[in-house]
Design a protein around this ligand. Structure first.
Ligand SMILES: Cc1cc2nc3c(=O)[nH]c(=O)nc-3n(C[C@H](O)[C@H](O)[C@H](O)COP(=O)(O)O)c2cc1C
Length: 204
């Protein structure tokens, strides 16, 4: 069976970025869950900060420059998406929303998606539910029930809680892997799509 294509959208602005750290943990967990189901995965990370200027340009002109168009094509062809944003001023980061605004509205239709966010305080964890999930619902994505919010305190290693960050990551990754494994692999347009088969050539 073909490898599952996982595209990770990470919208952190710091370097190093806690958003990227969460995105990488989620991607590793999904990769491992798929491996446990006998399915290999290719993981590609889209760093929105690197495309931020192109996103603004597309917002103003409607034209996607090559790196942005390539990221958009990867998303449209993905078998699963992990989308992670920092919380800024009680909402998703502006560049994350702007990136979604210039995505074709059909690009994620039916695609399994796992949502994540980082923030300074867990009091803002519901941003994912009231601010981010509705956007993906509008895009007709297949969003898994568990979204993962990591506040600064969650990164402490001595968190000994049944709902600790590693547990939440594992649970969300299981949900995404289940959905990807349940779906037939995405058929991607290939070079030889228009070439007739031997049977057709022989008139069969
Ligand atoms: C301008 C700004 C606004 C922020 N607003 C919030 C907020 O409303 N709630 C919150 O929990 N964290 C807030 N934070 C903290 C960031 O969400 C947190 O540091 C995040 O993990 C940064 O992600 P990064 O390291 O990937 O850039 C804010 C940070 C900045 C710079």
């Amino acid at each position: 069976m073909s490898k599952a294509s996982i595209v990770v959208v990470s919208s952190g602005v710091s370097q190093p970025s806690s958003t990227r750290l969460l995105a990488d943990r989620l991607a590793q967990a999904v990769h491992d869950e798929l491996a446990a189901r006998g399915r290999q995965a290719d993981v590609r990370v889209v760093e929105v900060r690197e495309l931020a200027h192109e996103v603004v340009n597309m917002t103003l002109t409607g034209y996607a420059a090559a790196p942005l168009a390539e990221a958009q094509a990867a998303l449209a062809a993905a078998d699963g998406v992990i989308a992670v944003t920092p919380v800024f001023t009680a909402g998703a980061a502006g560049i994350f929303k702007a990136f979604l605004d210039v995505l074709d509205t059909t690009a994620l239709a039916g695609t399994p998606v796992l949502l994540g966010a980082t923030g300074g305080t867990s009091r803002h964890s519901l941003v994912l539910e009231y601010g981010v999930r509705p956007v993906f619902t509008y895009l007709h994505a297949d969003v898994v029930p568990t979204s993962v919010f990591a506040a600064t305190d969650d990164w402490a290693e001595d968190v000994d809680d049944v709902k600790s960050l590693p547990d939440r990551i594992r649970r969300a990754a299981t949900e995404l892997a289940d959905r990807i494994a349940a779906k037939a692999p995405t058929r991607r347009a290939g070079l030889f799509d228009d070439v007739p088969s031997f049977g057709e050539l022989l008139g069969g």
